[in-house]
Ligand binder design. Sequence first.
Ligand code: SAM
Length: 195
Amino acid sequence: MDNKSYQDHFFKKAKDRGYRSRSAFKLIELNKKFKFLKNGTKLLDLGSFPGGWCQVAKENVKNGKILGVDKKEVTEIKGIKFIIGDFLQEKSKISILKYFNTNIDVILSDMASNTTGNKNLDAIRTNELCLSVINFSLQLLNKKGVLISKIFMGEDFEEIKKTAKKNFKKINFYKPDSSRSESRETYIHCSGLST
Ligand SMILES: C[S@@+](CC[C@H](N)C(=O)[O-])C[C@H]1O[C@@H](n2cnc3c(N)ncnc32)[C@H](O)[C@@H]1O
């Protein structure tokens, strides 16, 4: 599928199903593959605007606790709490820890830095976010917890893989069909803390 047909196909599909973003289908595919959205799940969604992943999480998690965090304000979704803030700032991390006040089951990050026009720089910035999420997850996830984060293929990819391998028992990479083939984006799935 060329880029334009891809955009049109997933735009229409998202509109038909009432999802706020085409990205919603990436989470549907990720969950089909790794099966982490369950009843009772405590879940953090980083980079939640406009809310597509939160919509999918809510459909699949009953009696859980879901928190979305983004620099941008997300329009309300019943039953989900949102915090507006920059994840890289310490005060956002403190607010997240305070909100859950216990270890959680799933951390998702679809955060992507603003595009600059320089693909290498964009990849480096988004991967910095991914690394920061991995480091933060050590404070928040429970022992059997799952972390899924967007990551770009780039020169720092190996470093992130190494950090993930050091801290988690199992790691996988998965690129959903709904992620454009020409995009360097893929997702890292980490499960079970090593320590
Ligand atoms: C691809 S969009 C996420 C789409 C979302 N998963 C959905 O389905 O609706 C990436 C988001 O990451 C957010 N973001 C980027 N850097 C961030 C940061 N440092 N802290 C919080 N959010 C950030 C952006 O504001 C943007 O809304």
